[in-house]
Design a protein around this ligand. Sequence first.
Ligand code: CS2
Length: 488
Amino acid sequence: MTRLSAAVPAGGAALWPSYDPTAHGVGIVHLGLGNFARAHLLAYTDDALAQAGGDWRVTGVSLRGTAVAEALNPQDGRYTLVTRGAATQARVIGALAGVIAGPDTGAQALAAMTDPGCRIVSITVTEKGYGITSEGRLDRAHPAVAADLRQPAAPAGVIGLIVAALAQRRAAGTGPFTVLSCDNLSHNGQKLRGAVLDFAQATEDAALADWIGREATFPSTMVDRITPASTDTTAATARSLTGYDDLAAVETEPFTQWVVEDRFCAGRPAWERTGVLFVADVAPYEQMKLRMLNGAHSMLAYSGQLSGKTHVRDVMADPAHALLVRRHLAAAAATVTGLNIDLGAYAAALAERFANPAIAHATAQITMDGTQKLPQRITAAALEAIAAGRTPRPFLFALGAWIAYLTRRDSAGALIPVDDPKAALLGAALAKARTPADTLAAVAAVCPDILPPALAQGAVGTALADIVAMIQREGMATAILREGEFGR
Ligand code: CS2
């Protein structure tokens, strides 16, 4: 077998880009080149290049190691995107020009971001990657932020890089770029703008912050495409469909959605021709997606992990468990306002996507970083349900599943570590908590943005503690059956 590269093979052209990628310059620097960006932003940009051209190829920056660059650079940035639905399909993406990674990443990323050709800096670094507090301010305790505040001229984190690049561009008269957050944070653009301005104010003269505030734009976006981690099967499928070995193949579902505020200070690809929905205010779309898709995902991931379900589709194949997913979707839908969308149909479509038998989306993958995800996915919806006089029960069940997951112990009685930036803090707080009430208080002390008093105390807190107790006493499988009795 030969390695996938820039050369279009005889007879394989249908899967290859219909344009000549090398004829297009780079216009976008993308920070955080994970599978999601390769299944989403790069696929849209590939379509836009094919349909409308322009110098909009993407240079990727890998902030977490060199593996992605080592796989992609020898392939000239090409990779196979496999979609799994009723049929399995593949295409080769040409929009990626190359990947920056390694010990010199910060300096090289800065060089790419200060190049006059760069007009958009897009980002997928997951919720924990930024260094933004839930209020949308700079989190000075975040490791990358703290390091970059000490050495602002040699940044390596997202916010430090953006501020340093904009400072250099201002000094050189190059003009600003658009900063495009594509992560599942509520008000992602607005919050990133707040944190960038805080950082600029802390490290440079106030005039830079003013200039950024005036000249650069930070559109908010809602992104959606279920993208599991790649496995050997991904590579094998890519090979069988293209005939090439691809060390960077990505698999995803057929569905894809991108809703974006159309505020680009230095131009953008013709994404409107590729199905991107441009709107004045993304907030209601974001609320719908974060609370319905991502909220239900988190609930089913924790309850799935505790009831032995490896994949999302396994949860959906269990009628009692799927009932709770649908209950969660309906409760979340009731909190969504300001959209002229049939939320019942949206919920039904989500349940179908979750059930996709061709997608092996690991529940373990979704359980990661719960402390970063649950405020916008669960807590915001729970508080609004209470304020509107509706029962928060479905949201309490989701929180109870998370808390029970955090308190799993091994046979020696030690807490099983979780994959979360607050794991150590939670572990220390939970080590001595034995009763469900103690447990709730311990979690609330570490994560007041997930368990504010309205959820941790009073009758609501008691109901939540009872859910945790039920799961711990009877096991998740039984708890799922019992929970189905509520809200029928
Ligand atoms: C998931 C998301 O891992 C998770 O937390 O909920 O990655 C989800 O698959 C995407 O947001 C779908 O667009």
